[in-house]
Structures are given as C-alpha cells and as structure tokens.
Design a binder for this molecule. Structure first.
Ligand code: ADP
Length: 316
C-alpha cells in the first residue's frame, strides 16, 4: 500500500455523514475522534500544509473545462511549454489532478517515468530544465485504479499532491483538473484559496453544447470565489494543411466563446485552430513547438500565453 492509499481509509463515510467517526472503517483513523465529535468546523490541517508548500509558487492556475474532450489537457501541456519556452529564467510546472484520466505524462512525453520520494517530498519529473510535471498517472498501478475512488479518497490524494510535491521556486503552476465541477474541484479550490490561487483558465470548443457547460463552470467559479483569468476556445477552425482554406468544423451557432465571454463579462483569451499534426505530436509526446514552429496554432498559442502573463502580472 502506498502512502497515498493510507491517507484516507478505504470506506471512509466522509465528514458530513452520520456515521463519521463511528463506522467500522473509522477504526484506527487518526481523525476518528474529530469526526465522531461532530465538530465539522474543525479546520483541515492540510490547508496550512498546502499554503506552506506553495509559498514559493508565484502563480497558481486551475485549468478547467465544462466537458471532457475539448482539449483541456492538451492546452495545459502546450501553455506550460509555451510559458517555459518564452523565458528560460521562468520556472513552470504542471500538476495533473485529472484522477480518472491523467494524460500529462503522455502529452509531455514522460510516460513511464518514475517519481522519487525524498525527505522533502515527491520530486516532480522534468520535461525541460525549467518545466516539470507531477501526475497521478505516475503513481497509479493501472490506468483503471482511480475510477472507483470515492470523494474522501480523492480529496486525500489532492491534498497530498498539493502539499507534498517538492516544486522548489516556481513562476507558474498549471493545475489540470477533471472536466466539470466535482469533488476534485471543491477540494482543490478549498486548499488553494488559502494558498493564494491566482485564478482559473477555462477551455471550451465553440459548440453550444460545450458552451452550456462552460456557463455552469463560470457559475461554479463565481460561487466559490475563484477569479476567472479567461476562456480559451479550442478547435475553433480547421486550416487545411494542403490548401490553407479555413473551415469551421463546429460552427458557433450562438457566437461561440467570444460572444459568451462578452455576455458574462469574462476575458476572451483567444482561439486555437484544430490541427491534426498537433494531435499527433501530443499523442506521441513530442514537443509541438519544436516540431512545427510555423503552424497557425503555435502563433495563436503564443498570443494567448502573452495575454495570460499580462493578466497574471497585473493580479500579483
Ligand atoms: P480533455 O483534456 O479536455 O479531455 P484532451 O486534451 O485530452 O481533452 O484532447 C482530446 C483530443 O483532442 C486529444 O486527442 C487531443 O490531441 C485532441 N486535440 C486537442 N486540441 C486539439 C487541437 N487544437 N487540434 C487538434 N487536436 C486537438
């Protein structure tokens, strides 16, 4: 059993349950007394630990999406590369807490790497000298392991991830979250609120069906006081690599993300085109910036990166 699995009992009923501290699974748990006392106001010691650990991380950014498959993990990886590439003196890291679908090890080309633990915590895996990554994907025995985890176990894992990775000093920490608004988001936002979360970037595609979920995501952020840094529209158009003709694969019936941002008073960070070569590079873990430096997607990504840096500089 790993440290991670020990942090929360397998069948923990959760602190809000009537059985909290009384269920058979609670026997031996260090929090049993607190839970049984029913004092739900007890402050989670993890909150202070996360604050301490992330004290040297200047910008902490959650990457969110309403739906799966809109390119959230791809954008997280590309933005991290773009931020690291733009300034060699800038330290960037990615934390992948997409527990049921951790894809950063593959997209960043470090699949199968081992994570080491030392006295000062887990060491992240380095992709470049100034770009590191930590993912649940490095720790799971099998890709299917986490799918059946319940809320408290996920919460424990996220707390460990936020408080026990030895990042050192960072300029940007991008946190790749699962799609939607679930336990993982509530856990991450609770822990990060105290540690000074810079804000969230929301990824969407132009279709109304994706935008509907983004509206819910924006609503969630506002309810839990997460600053929305902006929205990126991914796969906005397809530029044919042979004839350079542009086509809209997902025609935006309601004005797309740009209109939605105007309606909801949120910053529109830009649109990234659909590029099959980009998908191939990410699947193969290759560096898109090195492989295809002249692509339209790269130009757009650099523009978006510039805007993000500007917004973050303004909010520090
Ligand atoms: P999510 O994290 O939102 O579930 P992914 O980042 O895993 O989505 O992307 C889903 C698929 O779409 C992947 O195969 C990825 O390579 C592809 N993809 C994402 N963005 C683009 C893009 N701009 N052009 C081409 N393919 C893309």
């Amino acid at each position: 059993m790993t440290d991670t699995e020990q942090s929360v009992p397998e069948h923990c009923p959760g602190t809000q349950s009537e059985d909290a501290g009384k269920a058979s699974a609670c026997a031996g748990c260090p929090n049993q007394k607190i839970c049984a006392s029913g004092d739900t106001k007890v402050v989670d010691p993890g909150i202070e630990l996360v604050k301490e650990r992330l004290g040297d991380v200047k910008n902490k950014i959650l990457i969110l999406s309403g739906k799966g498959g809109v390119g959230k993990s791809t954008m997280t990886a590309l933005l991290s590369r773009s931020l690291a590439l733009e300034d060699a003196a800038r330290n960037v890291a990615v934390l992948d807490i997409d527990i049921c679908g951790p894809s950063q090890p593959r997209v960043l080309g470090v699949l199968g790497e081992q994570v080491h633990q030392s006295g000062s915590g887990w060491s992240p895996v380095f992709v470049e000298d100034n770009l590191s990554v930590m993912s649940i994907g490095f720790l799971l025995g099998s890709a299917d392991d986490a799918i059946i985890w319940r809320g408290p176990k996920k919460n424990g894992m996220i707390r460990q991830f936020l408080s026990e990775v030895d990042w050192g000093s960072l300029d940007y920490l991008l946190i790749d979250t699962p799609p939607g608004t679930s336990d993982e988001h509530l856990s991450a936002s609770t822990y990060l609120a105290n540690a000074g979360l810079t804000g969230a970037i929301i990824i969407t595609t132009p279709q109304e069906v994706a935008l509907l979920d983004v509206r819910k995501e924006i609503d969630f952020c506002r309810k839990v006081n997460i600053n929305i840094l902006g929205v990126i529209e991914n796969m906005s158009e397809f530029i044919c690599p042979c004839c350079n003709v542009k086509s809209e694969i997902f025609p935006p019936k309601t004005g797309g993300a740009r209109q939605m941002c105007e309606d909801l008073n949120v910053v529109f960070l830009g649109s990234i085109p659909l590029d099959p070569k980009l998908a191939r590079c990410c699947d193969e873990g290759k560096d898109f910036f090195a492989e295809l430096p002249d692509s339209a997607a790269i130009t757009k990504l650099k523009e978006v990166t510039g805007k993000i840096v500007q917004i973050c500089d303004g909010s520090n």
